[in-house]
Design a protein around this ligand. Structure first.
Ligand SMILES: [Zn+2]
Length: 355
């Protein structure tokens, strides 16, 4: 009795299963025969039918927009391919260097690669390959180039290295009270500590340049790559705080120090290629002396240094503990103004002053 009931139940379930399967099969067949074209009928205007191996195949192309973007992709791919096989510059399409300097530089590097021997060395003794490597890295590191103008007569550029720091605030007050603009070569790690002070430097209308990210000579000058990596860190940190267009640099320790001896020329050329200028100084305030200096010494060092010069780039520091700089800078500005000098800010549009 029980066995019979189970059998009946089983047969009923089986029947239901058959029905479902049959229904699915019928619907699928109908869909394949009619439904497919019906479902896609609305898209039919955008479909291009192509004959392929005597069978009609439907390809999913929208004639206007999609085809255009495909052509663009094809152009890009073929250009990249072409550029590695470039034989003359006429096959390089025009790209606005302001919009995409990285692209232009890459093409330039590839041209160098093609036309020069990659194993050869440049006049400064480094390989074409290193130019290519350097140009493909650090894509943010470009400065907008501007025409260089001659320095006007009797001009002074006040520069402050190693900030921002709490001392910078006092320096900014003095500069504001005299209506003077200066150039601040900042340290990335300090920017991280005092972003609000960097912002104030920018808001007050002063120029901002890159000094270094860490200021650790052994690391910064270990190789061209470590120099650029450090440089990029500082560049990025400044960019997070302000959109000031950075175009100038001051090497930690000056452009001609014992730490950068091996990579000096490489870094100089690489900075130049990327549009940055670097500035050394011809007047030192002496405020970085390990034992420190008095305010009187500071003023005397600067005034003595400026006297007789047509163009003076003055080195001072606005780092923690260098309060003498903030205390003395007002007197220095007043004296220099009396001597008939104007004050200016540095940029890559200014004739550089290098050791
Ligand atoms: Zn420094």
């Amino acid at each position: 009795m029980l066995k019979q009931r189970i059998n009946v139940k089983f047969v009923e379930r089986l029947k239901r299963l058959y029905l479902i399967v049959a229904l699915v099969v019928v619907v699928s067949l109908l869909f394949v025969k009619y439904g497919y074209s019906m479902v896609f009928m609305e898209r039919a205007s955008g479909l291009i039918k192509q004959k392929n191996n005597n069978e009609q195949k439907i390809t999913y192309k929208k004639p206007s927009r999609i085809v255009k973007s495909q052509n663009e992709t094809i152009q890009k791919i073929s250009f990249v391919k072409n550029s590695t096989n470039i034989s003359d510059s006429t096959s390089v399409p025009f790209v606005d260097p302001v919009v995409e300097p990285r692209f232009i530089r890459k093409v330039e590097a590839l041209l160098v690669e093609k036309n020069g021997d990659p194993n050869s060395t440049s006049k400064n003794g480094y390989s074409v390959q290193s130019i290519i490597d350097a140009s493909s890295k650090y894509p943010l590191l470009y400065a907008k180039s501007t025409p260089v103008i001659e320095n006007q007569n009797r001009i002074v550029y006040l520069t402050f290295d190693d900030g921002p720091s709490p001392v910078t605030v006092d320096v900014l007050e003095v500069l504001k009270s005299r209506g003077i603009k200066a150039t601040f070569f900042v340290v990335g790690n300090q920017v991280e500590l005092y972003p609000d002070i960097l912002k104030r430097i920018a808001d007050d209308g002063h120029a901002i340049g890159i000094h270094t990210n860490t200021h650790i000579y052994e690391e910064v000058y270990a190789s061209l790559d470590s120099f650029l990596a450090d440089y990029e860190q500082c560049f990025k940190k400044i960019k997070v705080v302000t959109d000031y267009p950075i175009t100038v640099t001051r090497y930690p320790g000056g452009s001609n120090n014992i730490f950068n001896k091996e990579i000096r020329e490489q870094t100089r050329e690489e900075l130049k290629r990327r549009g940055f200028s670097y500035f050394d100084w011809n007047v030192s305030s002496g405020d970085s002396a390990p034992k420190g200096i008095t305010s009187e010494q500071f003023v005397n060092n600067v005034i003595r240094g400026v006297r007789g010069k047509n163009v003076a780039v003055i080195l001072t520091h606005d780092a923690m503990g260098r309060t003498v700089t903030a205390e003395s800078i007002g007197t220095v500005i007043d004296e220099i103004t009396k001597m008939g000098y104007q004050f200016g800010v540095l940029g890559n549009n200014i004739e550089t002053l290098q050791f």
